[in-house]
Design a binder for this molecule. Structure first.
Ligand code: MN
Length: 164
């Protein structure tokens, strides 16, 4: 029979191990949710325009004073937009997580918290999260009287993984 002292040690060890395992799984969960969300998650984007799960939350609607749109998109790990253009361009400000941005014909650019990106008018591009970490992306679309976005085909897995 196991001496009482050993039994208590084993029990203590088992409970410590259980706590550590629990903490570790919580950390992993935070990693895959892109930490530091500033805004509510918002509405899931259509499968017609996104691969994986992306969520849009409008911050500043266009009106008669402001010909612009400001909002936030949260991309889950692996999620990305389709190829698309903006008639008057777009500015992205990354507030958390890690992701990618690519103008057609150029290498994929890695994004992280603090990255600021300009998507020039009518240039085909896409943006999204990295495979293992989500991304919080604030966007500004100016001069919305010219239009907001023209959606095109999905970004293939081969294009998404072409990091060089
Ligand atoms: Mn865009």
């Amino acid at each position: 029979m196991m001496p009482l002292k050993s039994f208590v040690s084993a029990l203590l060890f088992a409970s410590l191990w259980a706590c550590q395992t629990e903490n570790k799984s919580e950390e992993n969960q935070v990693e895959t949710q892109a930490v530091e969300a500033i805004f509510p998650q918002g509405q899931k984007g259509s499968d017609a325009f996104f691969t994986g799960n992306a969520y849009n939350y409008g911050l500043v609607p266009m009106d008669s004073t402001y010909d612009m749109l400001i909002g936030n998109v949260y991309f889950e790990p692996g999620a990305r937009s389709n190829w698309h253009t903006h008639p008057s361009g777009q500015i992205l400000i990354i507030t958390a997580g890690e992701g990618y941005h690519q103008l057609e014909g150029q290498p994929i650019e890695k994004l992280k918290k603090g990255s600021v990106v300009k998507c020039p008018p009518n240039v085909r591009h896409w943006h999204g999260a990295s495979p293992n970490t989500g991304m919080q992306q604030m966007y500004v679309i100016p001069n919305t009287e010219k239009g907001i976005v023209d959606w095109m085909e999905a970004v293939s897995d081969a294009q998404y993984q072409d990091l060089n």
